[in-house]
Structures are given as structure tokens and as C-alpha cells.
Design a protein around this ligand. Structure first.
Ligand code: UDX
Length: 448
């Protein structure tokens, strides 16, 4: 294949749009298809439907190399490598819903010279089943590890690129390797089932790390230790590593909850009970609810109390609210009779849809006015630089529950706030803590 290939991308969601625009940036001609005509029209008009740093610039800069279409035939005409980027949401049973992947496979029934490159997260065994169904088609598993909020950078500078192919598809895997090689990450060549498992295992492991540090945080609260110190001391051990040891009010997003559940169910369907993941999921669910006890400790009954949620997205630098902790918190607060307000710098549109019963505010300041408590749900950088001293006077009760250990407890307490973090004892030392780590990470993502 020539150095600059024609690439097809099927499904223009988060992964698909990042894949399409990054390959275009690398000089390839890219044809991207989606069944959502409104989305394709918007992209043709230059409107990027997701909030992701850097993506709008990439789309604009590479207009000449990016073609958006609703006709799969355009992709089949143009491209040899077809990157399948459709989503695989959870079903009621917790398994991955493969109906969109299956729809793609049936569209490709002519097979021909194409290589289907699976970027959608699918259970181990999916690739082998597709390959059996479509013997003419070459099949390569190439799972995606990008994070929302830093997706472009993750794509352009991968830690590793996993390429799984079974006997007979080696030259197709070589073609895929060729388009990724300029990015410089370590290439892991393996079989399809192992590639599928690498993706699920990596996400499940990261989620396990988060649930582990959340449990440690909960024990720290009982014994008077500071989890930020504990995480720092643990993370400096190279075998453990410091990333994904930030405690908080639970992980969310489109991947961790779905993939942990899908791996648990995949194991269960074979008759194996993946006990550890059952606990990881339960710890995460309970972690979102622990905030309620912290509020009640200060306010007693929450009936009629005004509670402000600062941040609604599942993490900063995205407007994605899938599985966000804000959704569970808002429901629990309403359940206790509280009046809930919320503010997020970019997630207003999804919040309007997913949280119709909360009062959406245009700024953090207006959300806090007259509030009995603030809960920092998402560590948006702007919350660190609010004029907390001035805001104290506008609140009915100066209480802040810092769900991401993002704010400076000393400064807030000096300003007269009752401050509760996650796993931090009162007045704990603040050196090298996860607040600094979280703020540094947020600033890094912003400057990319
Ligand atoms: C994740 C994986 O990181 C990525 O490799 C995969 O491709 C998709 O799933 P993403 O969902 O975009 O990416 O977000 P990530 O930054 O991993 O955070 C997921 C959740 O974990 C967020 O809710 C975040 O707040 C939470 N988190 C993360 C913690 O609570 N503590 C941490 O230390 C890290």
C-alpha cells in the first residue's frame, strides 16, 4: 500500500471522528460514513458535534482530505482499510450490544479486497465469528485506548498499538501496522482474541485501580489517614505507578462502566464468575452515594435544602455525561427532598436532556448563590480559581464536598468553609497531593 492510503471510517462518534481526522492529519484520504444524516450534514458544514480539545481544528485543517457521507458504498469504493468505530453500548444483561457491529458486517457482505479493522470494543470471540461469517474479508482487531478530553493526543502519541490478526490475515495486519508506524508507539502484534482481551483487561484493570483507591480512601476516613499521602507513597513504587490512583466519587463515562460489565458478563457466559469485577462495580456505585452521608453530617435532613452540583460531565474537558456521577447524585438528592442546581462549563445541552429536573445555572457563582452545600463533581480547572472567599458570603451554608479532592482544603477552611474531601482527614497535610496531580493533569490536557 502507498504511504498515504485511502482509509474508510465507519461510525463517526467519538472514536470514529478522532480516528478519521487524525488519519487525515497524517496525510491519508479519509472517507467517513455514519447513518446519522444530521451529524454528517453538520460535519460537512464544519460543525463538530462533540466537545473534544483540538478536534475542530483538525477537521477544519484537513477538509480536503476528509469526506463525510451517509453511503457505505462511498467508503467501499474509496478505501481498502475500513475502520469500524460504531459503539457497543451495554444491553440490559450487561453484555455488549453488537447490533451496530453486525449491521456493518452485513453491509460489507460483498467482502472483496477490504480489510475490516475493528476499533469498536467487542467481546473476545467476536472477530473469529465475523471472520467465519465473511471468509473473503481480511479481519484485524485494533482496539482503541484514547481518553476523552485528550483523545487527539492519545491517538497521535499512543503508548502502544495493538494489532490482532489470525493466520491468513498477516498481510492485512501489515497494512494496518504501516498506517500506525509513524505514530511511534510500541506495536503489539498478536492474535485476534488476545487483542480483544487486551482492551477489556486494560479498562477493567484501570477501573479496579480506581475502586481500590476509593476503598483505601474510605478506610483512611475511618483511621484518620490522608489518602492523598497514601496514594503518593504507593504510586512512587514503579510496580504500582501513580496514575489512576485519584480517589473520588466514582468513575463514569462511555467505557469503564460498560467494559467492566462486558468483561464480567463475557466471563460469566463461559461459566466463570469474575468475582473481583463484581466488587469493582459495587464499590463504584456505592462511592457515588457516600456523598449523601457527608452532606447529612453537616445539614441533617436534606429535605428542602439547596444543593449545587459543580460540574456535570463525567470528567473535565468533555461534555459527555454518560454514566456521570452527577446523574446518580441528582437522583439521590431528589430522593431525599433536596432542591438540586447544577453548572457545567460545556455540558449544558446533555444536562438539559439527562437531568431535566435540576435547575441549570449559567455560572458557578449563580449555582452557589443561596445554596446550603456545593458538591464538586467534575474537576474543571475554573473551579480552582473561583473567588471562594467572596462566594462564601453568597451561600446559605458554607459547605463544600470536594468529590475529586481538587480544591485547596486549607484555603477553603481559612475562608470559613466546612470542607469535606474524599479520604482526607481534617487539616491533613497537602504536599504533593492528588489535588496538585489532578490540577496538573487538567492543565496539561487543556494546553494540548
Ligand atoms: C477510558 C480509558 O482511559 C481509555 O483508555 C479507553 O479507551 C476509554 O475509557 P475515558 O472514559 O475517556 O477513557 O476517561 P478516563 O480519563 O480514563 O476516566 C474515566 C473515569 O475514571 C472518569 O470518570 C474519571 O473521573 C475517573 N477516574 C480516573 C478516577 O476516578 N480516578 C482516577 O485516578 C482516574
Amino acid at each position: 500500500m502507498s504511504e498515504q492510503a485511502n482509509i474508510g471510517v465507519i461510525g463517526v462518534g467519538w472514536v470514529g471522528l478522532v480516528t478519521a481526522s487524525c488519519f487525515a492529519e497524517l496525510g491519508h484520504q479519509v472517507t467517513a460514513v455514519d447513518i446519522d444524516a444530521a451529524k454528517i450534514d453538520a460535519l460537512r458544514a464544519g460543525d463538530v458535534p462533540i466537545h473534544e480539545p483540538g478536534i475542530a481544528d483538525l477537521v477544519e485543517r484537513n477538509r480536503e482530505r476528509l469526506r463525510f457521507t451517509t453511503a457505505i458504498a462511498d467508503v467501499l469504493d474509496d478505501a481498502l482499510l475500513l475502520f469500524c468505530c460504531v459503539d457497543t453500548p451495554p444491553t440490559y444483561s450487561g453484555d455488549a450490544d453488537l447490533s451496530r457491529v453486525q449491521a456493518v458486517v452485513s453491509e460489507l457482505s460483498s467482502g472483496g479486497e477490504h480489510v475490516l479493522v475493528m476499533k469498536s470494543t467487542v467481546p473476545a470471540g467476536t472477530g473469529a465469528a465475523i471472520r467465519r461469517e465473511m471468509a473473503d474479508l481480511a479481519y484485524v482487531s485494533c482496539p482503541e485506548f484514547l481518553k476523552e478530553g485528550s483523545a487527539v493526543d492519545d491517538f497521535m502519541r499512543p503508548d502502544r498499538v495493538v494489532i490482532g490478526a489470525d493466520p491468513g490475515d498477516d498481510s492485512a495486519a501489515d497494512e494496518v501496522e504501516e498506517v500506525y508506524r509513524p505514530l511511534g508507539g510500541e506495536i503489539v502484534r498478536t492474535d485476534v482474541a488476545s487483542a480483544e482481551m487486551i482492551k477489556l483487561a486494560a479498562n477493567a484493570f484501570l477501573a479496579t485501580k480506581i475502586s481500590f483507591i476509593n476503598e483505601i480512601a474510605n478506610v483512611c476516613e475511618e483511621v484518620g489517614a490522608d489518602v492523598t499521602e497514601v496514594a503518593r507513597g504507593m504510586g512512587l513504587d514503579k510496580r504500582i505507578g501513580s496514575s489512576f490512583l485519584r480517589p473520588g466519587i466514582g468513575y463514569g463515562g462511555s467505557c469503564f462502566p460498560k467494559d467492566v460489565s462486558a468483561l464480567k458478563m463475557l466471563a460469566g457466559n463461559t461459566g466463570y464468575h469474575f468475582q473481583l469485577l463484581t466488587s469493582v462495580i459495587e464499590v463504584n456505585e456505592l462511592q457515588k452515594r457516600r456523598v449523601m452521608k457527608k452532606l447529612e453530617k453537616h445539614l441533617g435532613s436534606l429535605a428542602g435544602k439547596k444543593v449545587a452540583l459543580l460540574g456535570l460531565a463525567f470528567k473535565p474537558n468533555t461534555d459527555d455525561m454518560r454514566e456521570a456521577s452527577s446523574l446518580v447524585l441528582a437522583a439521590r438528592l431528589h430522593g431525599e427532598g433536596a432542591k438540586v442546581r447544577g453548572y457545567d462549563p460545556v455540558a449544558e445541552a446533555p444536562a438539559r436532556e439527562l437531568l431535566p429536573s435540576i435547575e441549570l445555572c449559567a455560572s458557578a457563582e449563580s449555582a452557589l448563590e443561596g445554596a446550603d452545600a456545593a458538591i464538586l463533581v467534575t474537576e474543571w480547572p475554573e473551579f480552582a480559581t473561583l473567588d471562594w472567599e467572596a462566594l462564601r458570603a453568597t451561600m446559605a451554608t458554607p459547605l463544600i464536598i470536594d468529590g475529586r479532592n481538587f480544591l485547596d482544603p486549607g484555603r477553603l477552611r481559612d475562608a470559613g468553609f466546612a470542607y469535606e474531601g474524599i479520604g482526607r482527614s481534617d487539616g491533613a497535610r497537602e504536599t504533593g497531593d492528588t489535588r496538585e496531580q489532578a490540577q496538573a493533569e487538567a492543565a496539561k490536557t487543556r494546553s494540548r
